[in-house]
Design a protein around this ligand. Structure first.
Ligand code: G3P
Length: 218
């Protein structure tokens, strides 16, 4: 499973890129607003840090304006994935950009029917939002299972399932069991993946016992 970080904070992106385990970055207008940074130069900086796909979302909702915005975004770098909303105009743009060799991430997916449309439009990624479904008492992970199953039925669908709106490590582990290709997670959730109390306890004991030997490997 690939790990993307869902943030526009450069310090977090640099920190996680240094682990060697980061495969890409996703941003959205809310994250850009939170960063306080100017959008296009920020995406450029992120692209210089991370080699994998960097999602940059169009701001408009009408096709002609989204098309113009997408032209600017895809020129930032070859590994920019233009993010479009799951609307008729968004999917029309997705089909055109995908046919032209640009990666597209279709966002705000809340149903399997929507995911089917995105695959037919040639999306590189479909972003189903698990946490926001959980928030309204629908099981977000059920949606991941449905999409993975549907995509597996058709060899000619190349769209990767990018699990979004991830709130906890269980969302990631359960999605990985289902075979979802990517999880995009807030930095805090990626860091939580490392944690287990028995790891901490075991390591403390090993350190203490090693000191008793009086040895040094170096
Ligand atoms: O970037 C899309 C998605 O991951 C947003 O998540 O936490 O705002 O529901 P959230």
């Amino acid at each position: 499973m690939k790990f993307f970080v869902d943030t526009a904070e450069l310090d977090d992106i640099k920190d996680l890129a240094a682990t060697g385990l980061l495969d890409g970055v996703t941003t959205n207008p809310s994250l850009i607003a939170k960063s306080g940074r100017e959008f296009v130069p920020l995406i450029k900086e992120i692209c210089e840090i991370v080699d994998g796909p960097v999602s940059a979302e169009v701001a408009a909702t009408d096709y002609p304006t989204m098309r113009k915005e997408a032209e600017i975004l895809r020129k930032i770098a070859d590994h920019v994935a233009v993010k479009v909303p799951l609307t008729p105009d968004g999917l029309k743009l997705c089909k055109e950009l995908s046919d032209d060799g640009t990666m597209v991430n279709v966002t705000l997916c809340f149903s399997a029917a929507q995911a089917l449309l995105a695959a037919k439009a040639g999306a590189a990624f479909i972003s189903p939002f698990v946490g926001r479904l959980d928030d309204i008492s629908h099981d977000g992970l059920d949606l991941i299972a449905d999409i993975v199953r549907i995509y597996d039925n058709y060899e000619y669908f190349d769209t990767e399932v990018l699990v979004a709106s991830v709130r906890n490590p269980l969302h990631i582990v359960e999605s990985a069991k289902m075979g979802a290709h990517v999880a995009t997670c807030p930095p805090s959730v990626i860091r939580q993946l490392y944690n287990h109390p028995l790891t901490d306890k075991g390591l403390a004991a090993f350190v203490k016992d090693w000191e008793k030997t009086g040895q040094s490997i170096l």
